[in-house]
Each structure stands twice: as structure tokens, then as C-alpha cells.
Design a protein around this ligand. Structure first.
Ligand code: AMP
Ligand code: MG
Length: 456
């Protein structure tokens, strides 16, 4: 099997990573989900012409001479309906958001007025017709689609959903994902420290990458490099929509993951991608015929979890969130055999697993945001594989400076922990030079910065 490019591998995965079913969630639980329905305004907003300021509603025609003195005929608070009509020489005191009374055609803010004796007010400035009036339906018109299906639910979107009184909404389901680490050398979190072993960090880094996408995974623990033990764990993992296995997919004699999972019915689509770090990455699909209820899968995950905290967590979730979700697992199960090296595992997750999961959750934006940066130093590169270089980014007068986080060996996980992003070195590049413009994929933790970043 030849090596696929990153894009070819992504396209191959997308053929099988289809949008999941739809479930109903409460507004309070919907942040980060994707709307599976169009949302329409349920009334005009604002429902009538309202004042944009605390001030006076008046007739522009009365301001021919400035200052002008008008009689205040009514006091309209937000939530009140005016009862009087503003006539010549009259005005109404009005608060922000209160309905503009009949007869008035402009609002003047209180700062441009002075109180005068006997319920009068002096107007010190002229204003145009319509000044500081928010027109009926200016924000939204009754029946208009204000949010289309496919919209990601952000805090701003939640504000709109609340405006149209959408307390329950239909969103795409989240995939149920299981994580399994493999390797005789691995030491679990609840095992004593053994100097000859390697702590299983991949399970947790992958867990966090999933959590950052809004998915709470099942942690299936560690399987030894033994075909029978592996088969048992893989079988359990294949009852989820997506199974992530780290390690054991390479070409070593003890890399049993691929043959074992193929024996369990997974059809391998590819297992080599021309990238660095990252190859080998295996991807396969399981076409399912039987139906398993989501509850059965959850129970299984609880039993399978090694760590007591994970067990408690999964058990807790059984009763709540997942009972309401779509029929699980999906008819096509996805298997990702990620490289064992901690950096490779994380980079492969970013490039392949995350876009696939986002596609399943109904997102239109599948990829990490990319920005342009200047390289802070040369980058060596041998043509052949697309390389992802871990970098820190510094703001530099409106642009970014990208500098390596240190040694780029795929075993050095601190270089990933420090990274703001990944510089993409195209496969055919013969190396990049200091100062060159490069494309950087932003990683989690880059939405915020140290300084305020703007001048006022
Ligand atoms: P493998 O892909 O199984 O050949 O593993 C490659 C390297 O990654 C080995 O040095 C492993 O010790 C390391 N590795 C594999 N799995 C994990 C894991 N779950 N956590 C940390 N390192 C791992
Ligand atoms: Mg291994």
C-alpha cells in the first residue's frame, strides 16, 4: 500500500465520517453543539420603535430654534406602554428600550438637555428625524431564519436562541469515542512507578483532545502486546462509534493491532501517510449489522475502565447524558490506529481524528484555523513527507513570529506541550529559511494572549 498525502488520507476518512443523528438538548447544555434545525424569530425584535437612549422623545419640528423649551407630558420607563401622544411643544421623558410614543419622531439623550421649572425641559441641541430610535424589527423580523442549521452554538448564538425563546433545541449527536493504549512497556496511572516502564500518557492527552472538542471519551486502559488480550480490548472498543488505539500499529513483530482488528471485521483503508511526525497511521471501518443499545455499550465501558475515577465518571454518565442520544453505535464504526509516540499520536489526532469527529458532529468548520507567520529560524526538510513543526508564536507588530519549541523528535512530548501551533512544511519543500512566510495551524490555548494587543 502506498503512502497517502495528508489531504488524501483526510478525504478517505471523510467518506466514512458522516453526520450523526439528532437529539434534543436544553439551551443550558448546548454550548459548542451544532444546530440541526433552522431557528426562526418568534416575533419582531424590537416589537415596536424603542428609544436607544435615556432622554426625551420629541418632535424634530420643535427644534427649529435652539435652545428649545418643551413641556414633559409623560414619563415612559422600559416595560411601560405610553398613553399620551406628543404634540407641538411637548415631549415625553423616556428610558432606553421604552416604546417611542405616538407623535414623537426623534429621541434626544438626557446629556443634551437641562431640566426647567414646572415640568419643562430645555433642549440644547438639534437632532435629526429618527435620532436614537431603534426601529421595529431592526434586530429581527418575525418568521425570519436567524440561525441556520449547521450553526455552531457560541455564547452569541445562545443569546439569540434565548431571544427567540428556544429553550429546547435539536443538535447533532456527539460520537461515542473509546481510547485504548497498547504496549507491554506501559504503566497505568494507578500502577506504582516502575523505572523500566513508560507511563501511559497518550490515553490522557487523547482524552483531553477529545474533551476540547466537547466529547467525553471512555478510557479503556492498556492492552498488552498479546493477540488474545488485545482482541478482547479491541472488541470492547469496537462497540463505540469511534475507537482510538495508540501504539502497536507499526511494522514491529509485536505490533499486533492491525491484524487483530482486521480479524474482528475492520476493513483497513490505509495505514501509511506521508507525514512527519505521524506515519504510520492506520484507519479502518467496521460495517455493523447488529444493533446495540447505548446503555449496553456504556456498561461495557465502565467494566472495561481500569482506573477507578474513570469508572465512576462513566457510571455517572450512564444515567444522564447518553440515554437520550441517538441509537449507538453508528452503522459504520471508525478505527484509528495512532502512532505510539506521544507527539505523533497528538498530531495525528489533530490532522485526522478531530476533523472527522467535527464532521460527525455537524460542524462546517472542520480544520484548525491557519495563520501566516514569519519563521524565526531555518527549518531543514528532506522532500517526501509533509512535516508539522511545533512552534511558539509571538505577536510582532501585527504579524506572528514562529519559533520551534525545541527538539522535534516525536518522543519529546514537552515540545508539544509548549506549542502554540504547527508550522506546515509542504512535502516537496527542500527546507525553509529564517524570515520566510509560513502557514501555521493554531492549537488549543491560542485564543488568548498576554497583552491587550490593540491601541485605543
Ligand atoms: P509503538 O507505536 O507501539 O511502536 O510505540 C512507539 C513508542 O511510543 C514507544 O517508544 C512507546 O513506548 C511509546 N508509546 C506507546 N504508547 C504510549 C502511550 N500510551 N503513552 C506514552 N508513550 C507511548
Ligand atoms: Mg508498542
Amino acid at each position: 500500500m502506498e503512502h497517502l498525502s495528508v489531504a488524501q488520507a483526510q478525504q478517505c476518512i471523510f467518506q466514512y465520517a458522516n453526520k450523526l443523528g439528532i437529539e434534543t438538548v436544553g439551551l443550558e447544555q448546548s454550548l459548542g453543539r451544532v444546530l440541526a434545525m433552522d431557528v426562526r424569530a418568534n416575533r419582531d425584535q424590537p416589537p415596536y420603535d424603542v428609544s436607544a437612549m435615556d432622554g426625551y422623545a420629541l418632535r424634530n419640528a420643535d427644534l427649529a430654534q435652539i435652545p428649545a423649551t418643551l413641556v414633559v407630558i409623560e414619563d415612559i420607563k422600559a416595560g411601560d406602554m405610553p398613553v399620551k401622544t406628543v404634540g407641538a411643544g411637548q415631549c415625553a421623558r423616556i428610558m432606553t428600550g421604552a416604546p417611542v410614543p405616538q407623535g414623537a419622531d426623534a429621541v434626544i439623550r438626557v446629556e443634551d438637555t437641562e431640566i426647567a421649572p414646572d415640568d419643562h425641559v430645555q433642549i440644547n441641541r438639534t437632532v435629526k428625524h429618527g435620532n436614537d430610535i431603534r426601529r421595529l424589527g431592526e434586530n429581527m423580523r418575525n418568521g425570519e431564519v436567524v440561525l441556520a442549521a449547521g450553526t455552531e452554538i457560541t455564547p452569541g448564538v445562545i443569546g439569540i436562541l434565548a431571544t427567540v425563546k428556544c429553550a429546547q433545541l435539536q443538535v447533532y449527536c456527539r460520537p461515542r469515542v473509546a481510547i485504548l493504549s497498547t504496549g507491554n512497556e506501559l504503566e497505568g496511572m494507578d500502577e506504582p512507578v516502575d523505572p523500566n516502564k513508560i507511563p501511559d500518557s497518550n490515553s490522557y492527552a487523547l482524552m483531553a483532545q477529545l474533551q476540547a472538542l466537547g466529547i467525553a471519551p471512555a478510557m479503556l486502559g492498556i492492552a498488552r502486546d498479546d493477540p488474545a488480550e488485545l482482541a478482547e480490548h479491541l472488541q470492547r472498543g469496537l462497540e463505540f462509534d469511534v475507537l482510538l488505539v495508540s501504539g502497536g500499529s507499526s511494522v514491529g513483530v509485536h505490533d499486533y493491532v492491525r491484524p487483530t482488528i482486521e480479524a474482528l471485521g475492520v476493513q483497513m483503508k490505509f495505514w501509511r501517510v506521508a507525514m512527519k511526525p505521524g506515519h504510520p497511521l492506520a484507519f479502518g471501518v467496521l460495517q455493523r449489522s447488529r444493533d446495540i443499545t447505548s446503555k449496553a455499550v456504556e456498561v461495557d465501558a465502565v467494566q472495561g475502565a481500569r482506573n477507578t475515577a474513570t469508572k465512576a465518571y462513566l457510571a455517572d454518565r450512564q444515567g444522564s447524558e447518553y440515554r437520550a442520544t441517538q441509537q449507538c453505535p453508528t452503522s459504520t464504526g471508525l478505527f484509528f490506529g495512532l502512532p505510539g509516540n506521544p507527539v505523533s499520536s497528538m498530531v495525528c489526532f489533530e490532522e485526522f481524528v478531530a476533523p472527522a469527529l467535527r464532521r460527525m458532529m455537524g460542524h462546517a468548520r472542520l480544520y484548525r484555523r491557519t495563520v501566516q507567520a514569519r519563521l524565526g529560524h531555518d527549518v531543514k526538510h528532506k522532500p517526501g513527507r509533509t512535516e508539522f513543526v511545533r512552534v511558539m508564536l509571538k505577536n510582532e507588530q501585527g504579524s506572528y513570529l514562529a519559533s520551534s519549541t525545541g527538539t522535534q523528535s516525536s518522543g519529546v512530548s514537552l515540545s508539544m506541550a509548549r506549542a502554540d501551533g504547527l508550522v506546515v512544511v509542504p512535502a516537496e519543500s527542500i527546507g525553509m529559511t529564517k524570515g520566510e512566510r509560513v502557514t501555521v495551524q493554531l492549537l488549543d490555548g491560542t485564543v488568548f494572549q498576554d497583552d491587550v494587543g490593540f491601541n485605543e
